[in-house]
Design a protein around this ligand. Sequence first.
Ligand SMILES: [Ca+2]
Ligand SMILES: [Ca+2]
Length: 559
Amino acid sequence: MKKKTLILALALAFLLPACASPIPAPTSTPAPTLTPSPTPLPSAVPVQAITGMPKGTDGYPWWNDTTFYEIFVRSFNDSNGDGIGDFNGITQKLDYLQNLGITGLWLMPIYPSPSYHGYDVTDYYSVNSDYGTMDDFKNLLTESHKRGIRVILDMVLNHTSSQHPWFKQAIDPKSPYHDWYIWSATDPGYNGPWGEQVWYPLNGRYYYAIFWDQMPDLNYRNPAVIAEMEKVTKFWLDLGVDGFRLDAAKHLIEDRTIQADSKSTHEFLQQYFAYYKGVNPNSITIGELSGDNQITMAEYIQNKQLDLAFDFNDAAAYLSAANSQNASLATGQLSFSYKILPPLQYAPFLTNHDQDRLMTQLGDNANKVKAAASMLLTSPGVPFLYYGEEVGLEGGGADENKRRPMQWSAEANAGFTTGTPWEPVGPDANILNVAAESSDPNSILSLYKTLIQIRNQHAALRVGDMSIVNANNPGLFSILRVSHAPSNNSVEEAILVLVNLTNAPIRGYSLGTSKSSLKPGVYHVAPIMGTGPAADITIASVGDFALYQPVNEIPAYKK
Ligand SMILES: [Ca+2]
Ligand SMILES: [Ca+2]
């Protein structure tokens, strides 16, 4: 296997698609087969590019080859003019998503629900009629798979709607459904993890609801509940979905006043993991463990309770680094995640549907958005994007503002609907939209597309190991990603990531690291993005290098 080093100079302005493939220059004694030849400008050829449905690279599972995209169905695209996004609307936009390089979708809850967001479910076996029919959903699934895009669903195990027929019957203590929920004859008198009320009086008794009185928690100490939710799980897997995002995964079972990460929750998820893998060994769960640290997250993953967990800490770190233009705020957290969590089995992101929009958190500064995206999409783990992030959707405060209609064009209602949108489109929809940004090579969208496609083309970014590179400049984010052939551990591909987080060119920097998995030698370096040609790099005995400056200047992104 040839050693290859590629440099990814991600400058906040230069997106030169220069490509070239480097050949290692032997340090001392050239191998006889390597004839000294005039060195052409090295070109960065794709290494282990994804084609079709991601299957996994270098022994990693398929999800390590996947860039996921979270969709709030109500807000993505309305196909029939009723102002509500729907399954057929998503199907119409699958070519857009495929073109962007997306290989996985997470659909927020698609089940019948009295709420606009859908996290209070009234029937786990059907779809919300606002979004279309089951046939529409099946068509979306088929068309996604045809384009190499897997689909996972939001699975709300912790609670149902108070309008669910199970709960309506459960109110009667004599009903067999009574024990499907959590009751007390008297008020136990304690509050929830956020100090909130969790016990609510009803019909002379009290029921437990960690989030909201209209979302009563299911009782997973009742085997009938476990059996039913396993049946739900099998129903959707048999239909062809590829897995689930597990809502509130850390709150499933309470050990008295321990209402998060309880021993019982860990035990339940271990059993659930074995169950869904038994139905489909390739299916996946990604847990929402908001607020947990890396050590707690690791317990779920290494003990086969979840395949992945969202990394809220990496998310916060990317935003801090982008906002403060200080790379160490990201690299410190990234190396902690990389060290503590099972290899690459976590899901970093920037923001999700519960958080203020990326653009809003970064002060409507498109360059900071580009910097954050550049860090996320070159880093270890399985990246998740939130719909609209790629065009700079804005919004914060009330949840509805974080979940506004997607901005497709400068037409009425941002091209989301021909009717009246369920929620008004955001500000700046006439500028920040897919149509406008598609034709602008310096747009946020163009950068996202380039980054996702580079990740799809290069194994080092998807499954490479990671070394933090000291850049001797706080504004320069630098990591080294190296992928290895599983058979003999030889280096397949190496990518040096450089992201200028500041609004000015960076000169006079110097890169070094005390250790990496690169073998000693001198390597040619070819730009994937950014300016070239780049200086050769000399790797010493333990993969270390020092005082390296591939190019004189790392430019700032163009506005
Ligand atoms: Ca509709
Ligand atoms: Ca619970």
